[in-house]
Design a protein around this ligand. Structure first.
Ligand SMILES: [Zn+2]
Length: 459
């Protein structure tokens, strides 16, 4: 149901994340034809009628959340299978990914999307994991979520089982993918160039894909990391740092999003800032993956230089959850601990990265990311009638430090209510959960990938 006009009335707080970062107590929002037309004090908008009114007296309203790096394909059916002591599961990850069938990927994606929207995410970027976008389009359409998708390509042989093509073929495939997918579902689907990483793609391929992204006025994302060892290696091979290498190829810029970006030094941060390149960081994955945020995490320095930093969850076998509220929490607390300085990454910065700044990083800042007239109506309504929301004085602190995505009550995307009072209507959840469990069991049996189910005896 998408009524012509919708009013969210008497919200306990509206966290606008607008230019002034206004927080409106007893606020109302009017939505017309999918866009926000009015925002203000409820008392000022009492005379504004709407086809439908949501009573938000017990709710806190935020802009919808952006997940800037989230491999959606294979992981949900086997989530939790890797024991902590296995070390890196990456070899298995890409073998499982390669074994997914079309129908399996559809169900896995639908479950991922269900988890995303129910915890307030309105847009996610899948860095080219989806093998069968035709099959998954139905899930994107039914759920109403926004998707940035693409085809993962490489042209250098490596340890991981990644799709590999010639430069020509990878470039043609990317251009074809963008031509087919960009702008589908009334613009809710965007298609980008998605080389896996600078290590798995030649300089020629990276340059060619950046050209494709530029020509189609779209984006490019790739995995990127640095650090002392990587700098030594890159200096030996390319006489520059990993980030300097990308800049020398012309593969930095406002339409490029570097995923992870751990270990970058001051010179590399300057290159990222100078070229207006965006970054997505996955704080939970970094912590769980023992990536050494204390040494390698440079989120405060990137933000201080004005770099647009989005948050991501990475694969559901890295962070394991897709909850951007928990990602905000981790971003806000892990730098305080790493730097032994409580002033690092205030709660407000964490919320900005999940909303306004995240939208800007993903090239959607003109239309999305804040609650202000003219923007598309992507809104999350949090239920404050829960113990973790008590007592409520500073809603930003309560959101980032007390709450998680389970207090998401209602989600609106493009003016359409996709989750209402905790319920959605695009999928039968019991049936989906049973289907995905069966897919996981069959996928493990088919690939022969096994791990002890638990470190404890299971009877
Ligand atoms: Zn990734």
């Amino acid at each position: 149901m998408s009524p012509q006009s919708l009013k969210i009335d008497h919200a306990r707080y509206v966290l606008t994340v607008d230019g002034q970062r206004r927080i409106i107590q007893d606020g109302s929002i009017v939505v017309e034809n999918g866009r926000i037309s009015r925002v203000g004090k409820a008392a000022e908008l009492t005379r504004v009628p709407a086809d439908r009114v949501i009573d938000a007296r017990r709710l806190v309203v935020t802009p919808g959340f952006f997940n800037g790096h989230m491999h959606i394909s294979y992981a949900h059916p086997v989530r939790g299978i890797f024991p902590d002591d296995v070390g890196s599961p990456l070899d298995h990850v890409f073998n499982l990914q390669a074994a997914m069938t079309e129908e399996e990927e559809y169900h896995a994606s639908l479950l991922g999307i269900l988890e995303l929207v129910k915890s307030g995410t309105v847009c996610f970027l899948d860095p080219g994991s989806t093998k069968f976008p035709d099959a998954c389009l139905q899930a994107y359409e039914d759920s109403g979520i926004r998707v940035i998708t693409g085809e993962c390509v490489t042209d250098v042989a490596g340890r991981l089982n990644l799709p590999r093509y010639s430069v020509r073929e990878a470039t043609d495939r990317t251009a074809g993918f963008i031509a087919k997918w960009h702008g589908r579902l009334q613009g809710r689907v965007r298609a980008w160039a998605m080389p896996f990483s600078p290590e798995t793609c030649s300089a020629d391929l990276l340059r060619a894909l950046k050209r494709v992204a530029d020509e189609h006025h779209t984006g490019l994302t790739l995995h990127h990391g640095s650090g002392a060892q990587a700098r030594t290696d890159y200096h030996a091979r390319h006489k520059t740092s990993p980030t300097g290498y990308l800049e020398s190829l012309g593969v930095l810029g406002p339409n490029v999003v570097l995923a992870h970006a751990l270990g970058v030094d001051e010179t590399e941060i300057d290159a990222i800032a100078r070229t207006a390149t965006a970054v997505v960081m996955c704080p939970v994955t970094a912590a769980k993956g023992a990536r050494g945020v204390g040494v390698n995490g440079r989120m405060p320095e990137l933000l201080a230089k004005g770099v647009k930093v989005a948050l991501g969850s990475d694969s559901p076998n890295n962070s394991n959850h897709l909850d951007l509220v928990r990602a905000m929490n981790m971003a806000a607390i892990q730098y305080k601990d790493a730097r032994q300085d409580m002033r690092q990454i205030p709660a407000e910065n964490a919320l900005e990265m999940a909303t306004r700044v995240g939208a800007e990083a993903l090239g959607a800042g003109d239309d999305l990311g804040s609650i202000e007239p003219g923007k598309k109506a992507d809104l999350v309504l949090f239920d404050t009638q829960r113990p973790e929301w008590q007592a409520l004085f500073n809603p930003v602190n309560n959101l980032v430090y007390n709450a998680d995505g389970r207090s998401v009550h209602t989600v609106i995307i493009d003016g359409r209510v996709v989750v209402e009072a905790y319920r959605q209507s695009f999928v039968d959840e019991d049936k989906l959960f049973a289907a995905v469990q069966g897919i996981g069991e069959r996928l493990l049996a088919r690939t022969g990938i096994t791990f002890p189910r638990s470190r404890w005896p299971m009877e």
